[in-house]
Design a protein around this ligand. Structure first.
Ligand code: F6R
Ligand code: MG
Ligand code: MG
Length: 367
């Protein structure tokens, strides 16, 4: 029987401000997941102000039962957040009533259904204060860049490369692209990370793993596109399987040794470095950031989650963190100027249109 991992997250309130999920919310969510018989296993945690439900089950992806469970769990946590008068209580629950699928309702979702191998290593990545496109660079490097993943050259079982499902999140279209053959075309798209995002990665036909079962999945919800105005960032999550015909654990983590620039940070309106941190250090304090990424590793055994191991809780990433801090200093010195502040197109859901509206009669033609 196949196993499904559903990683569903929402910001339903934090303390203080947009910093950290209150322990009561974690307890509330744990209690809600404990009471159901739908799951094989679960882990409730947080990355900064995002409450994260990592769940395994046999109901497949897009199961209305599992989505309902996640929604109800977030509602219970949001109610507790309201009682405590936490900040942004209920923020990401954009709709009043659940209607069969949690997609488009506010929470972020990454789900994969797959046949477990004899031993199944899985890494869940949790980001705070950034957007889904922040995963483009590291996922590309894991599954397509031989300078990062040595196995693309050395391991005959995935020397042929991988297939990528790329979404145009503005036009709601998707395209499958194959690497290495279409690598330059794919980079032309995914370099524009606020619009084109890698949604899933698949093995190729004839390899060790079934070609129709994803080996990675990234949440791609854009809250601003759902709500039509700025309602907080889209703090994404991802599930990545590793080893035996896939990038090794260290190859899955290696791209994060480079603190690449992502958009998000203060008011979802700034570019800054993403800092890989231990789960306990996912608390965005400086200028509400800099953006964080946490990696929790598991062995998935018949759906039981053995772990988590907090993978960035390692001195090997200290230098990356220091580098991220230096980049944060450098970027901050630009204040309200691009490229620290996001370009105009990406600011459309903030005050900029209102400023332009106010000044529209004072603009004079220069012709
Ligand atoms: C970024 C984020 C924060 C808030 C900022 C203002 O993703 O969540 O930087 O945008 O703290 O928050 P409000 O408008 O709630 O005062
Ligand atoms: Mg928040
Ligand atoms: Mg957040």
């Amino acid at each position: 029987m196949k196993t499904t991992i559903s990683l569903i997250k929402a910001d339903v309130g934090s303390c203080p401000g947009h910093a950290v999920v209150h322990p009561d919310l974690i307890k509330t969510a744990e209690k809600a997941l404990k009471e159901t018989d739908l799951l094989i296993d679960y882990v409730v945690t947080n990355c900064g102000d995002d409450l994260e439900l990592i769940m395994t089950h046999h109901h497949g992806v897009d199961s209305d039962k599992i989505h309902q469970l996640a929604w109800d769990t977030f509602e219970k946590a949001a109610n507790r957040a309201k009682e405590l008068r936490l900040y942004g209580a209920g923020q990401d629950l954009l709709k009043d009533a659940f209607s069969g699928n949690i997609r488009g309702m506010g929470p972020g979702i990454a789900e994969i259904e797959f046949t477990e191998r004899k031993a199944e290593p899985v890494v869940t990545f949790l980001m705070d204060k950034t957007e889904p496109g922040a995963f483009n660079l590291p996922i590309f490097r894991m599954f397509a860049d031989p300078f990062s993943t040595a196995g693309l050259i050395i391991d005959p079982s995935f020397h042929q490369g991988f297939r990528f499902e790329v979404w145009d999140i503005k036009e709601h279209k998707k395209v499958m692209m194959s690497c290495p053959e279409e690598m330059y075309d794919m980079l032309a798209l995914i370099g524009a990370k606020s619009r084109y995002v890698i949604k899933r990665v698949y093995p190729k036909q004839g390899g060790k793993l079934p070609a129709d079962e994803p080996v990675a999945c990234i949440s791609t919800e854009k809250l601003s596109l759902i709500a039509g105005e700025y309602v907080g960032k889209d703090d994404p999550v991802a599930i990545v399987r590793a080893q035996s015909g896939l990038p090794a654990l260290g190859e899955v983590l290696e791209p994060f040794a480079f603190p690449h620039l992502v958009s998000g940070w203060m008011r979802g309106s700034h570019n800054g470095p993403i800092m890989p941190v231990a789960q306990r250090s996912a608390r965005c304090t400086r200028f509400d950031g800099p953006p964080r990424v946490v990696a929790l590793g598991f062995q998935c055994s018949g759906g039981t989650l053995i772990g988590p191991v907090d993978l960035f809780d390692d001195p090997a990433f200290d230098r990356t963190r220091r580098q991220a801090q230096k980049i944060a200093d450098y970027m901050r010195r630009h204040g309200p100027f691009e490229p620290h502040r996001l370009p105009q197109e990406d600011m459309e859901y903030t005050t900029l249109p209102k400023v332009l509206e106010r000044f529209k009669n004072r603009f004079e033609s220069m012709e």
